[in-house]
Ligand binder design. Structure first.
Ligand code: G6P
Length: 365
């Protein structure tokens, strides 16, 4: 067992540390830097992509958060409307032309019942379907017209970590793929995006190397009464994911929301015992988020700032820095959050790899 964990105390920690490798695998052979393009080996003809009206992403849990991140990249680079659906709430709703709709199931296991049902509903309506999964030969790969593998390698810990970053990286490649074929992103801009994606493994490693600093922050705040994660734009899905990770493995009350919503309700819960974890990176509208940070700070809340270029260090009680990486910076902030969740849960002696009441793959609706 210890050998399987590669010297780490938990699979989750091992998998967090495997992220640079998982990301390299996701990118391997897929990026054509010179052409500013990608090679994804999916059959989505250019005529079809040109006529697309909507991409619908269906997913649950962490995969849903990856879908929210990717949706913003797809809208920006592929200039197509994207809706993201919690799979259990999905309906192929009114007014849509199925022939101009691509349904994308994002599912690590490829076996989540609700995600499979949603994708089948889209297929029944006549939409083309794409599976984005980690698991070779899983049910979703048999159901979907096309499959794009995230190649993260097996994930044992119930709380998804390396598969989240791999999903986002792979979907970011898809956004470039669709955008290049629809001619909505110039090669030079695509090259910048690809540079950021290719910088992920190294940048994630830089964060992993600061683990002892994150552990100290975790120790300091572990006994807080609740944790609030805030972010805007690409920082929003990351805030949701950060809160989900923490609640899954520490059993603490954690909530994530768009930073602007703080003043519309959650601020009533903010005290000097509720740390605010704020995404203050590029791609997450950091200047506006700083206003939210100040609102919380003036109510006495400790601020844990995850920022690039030293933004917000002035307001943060704990500042965790994120390397410069353009639109991928919020994803790097997420790595800090994974480690923070891990160390808080570990300080409390929780069953990190198998949290109570949860399953790695939920095959009933
Ligand atoms: C379960 C797992 C989560 C996961 C979700 C979706 O709830 O505990 O970690 O995010 O299922 O799983 P999928 O395999 O579809 O990505």
């Amino acid at each position: 067992d210890a050998a399987e964990k590669g010297g780490y105390d938990h699979y989750m920690l091992k998998e967090i540390h495997e992220q640079p490798r998982a990301l390299r695998q996701a990118l391997s052979g897929r990026v054509d830097e010179l052409a500013g393009d990608v090679d994804l080996d999916v059959d989505l003809p250019t005529e079809y992509l040109d006529s697309l009206e909507e991409i619908q992403i269906v997913a649950c849990g962490t995969s849903y958060h990856a879908g929210l991140y990717a949706a913003q990249l797809l809208e920006r680079y592929a200039d197509v409307r994207v809706s993201v659906h919690v799979a259990s709430e999905y309906e192929f709703g009114g007014g849509r032309d199925p022939w101009r709709t691509l349904a994308v199931a994002v599912t690590q296991s490829g076996e989540t019942a609700e995600t499979l049902s949603a994708l089948r509903e889209a297929a029944r309506a006549g939409a083309r379907t794409l599976a984005v999964t980690n698991t070779v030969g899983s049910t979703v790969t048999r159901d979907a017209d096309e499959t794009l593998y995230i190649r993260a390698g097996p994930e044992i810990g119930v709380a998804a970590t390396k598969t989240f970053v791999s999903q986002v990286a792979t979907l970011a490649l898809l956004a470039v793929h669709v955008g290049r074929r629809r001619d909505t992103i110039p090669a030079a801009d695509a090259r910048d995006v690809l540079d950021a994606i290719r910088g992920l493994p190294g940048a994630v490693q830089q964060i992993l190397d600061t683990d002892s600093q994150i552990r100290e922050v975790a120790r300091e705040y572990a006994d807080s009464s609740a944790f609030f994660f805030i972010g805007r734009k690409l920082g929003h899905p990351v805030a949701l994911e950060g809160a989900l990770k923490l609640k899954e493995i520490s059993y603490d009350h954690a909530e994530g929301f768009p930073a602007g919503e703080l003043k519309h309700g959650p601020l009533a819960l903010v005290t000097d015992d509720t740390p605010i974890i704020a995404v203050l990176t590029r791609g997450a509208n950091p200047d506006a988020t700083l206003n939210s940070v100040k609102e919380a700070e003036s109510r006495g809340a400790p601020v844990i700032g995850l920022s690039s270029a030293g933004r917000g260090d002035k307001y943060a009680d704990a500042a965790l820095s994120v390397p410069d990486l353009g639109v991928m910076e919020p994803l790097l902030a997420n790595v800090h959050m994974q480690l923070l969740a891990y160390h808080i849960a570990n300080a409390k002696g929780r069953a990190i790899d198998k949290p109570r009441n949860l399953a790695k793959s939920v095959t009933v609706e």
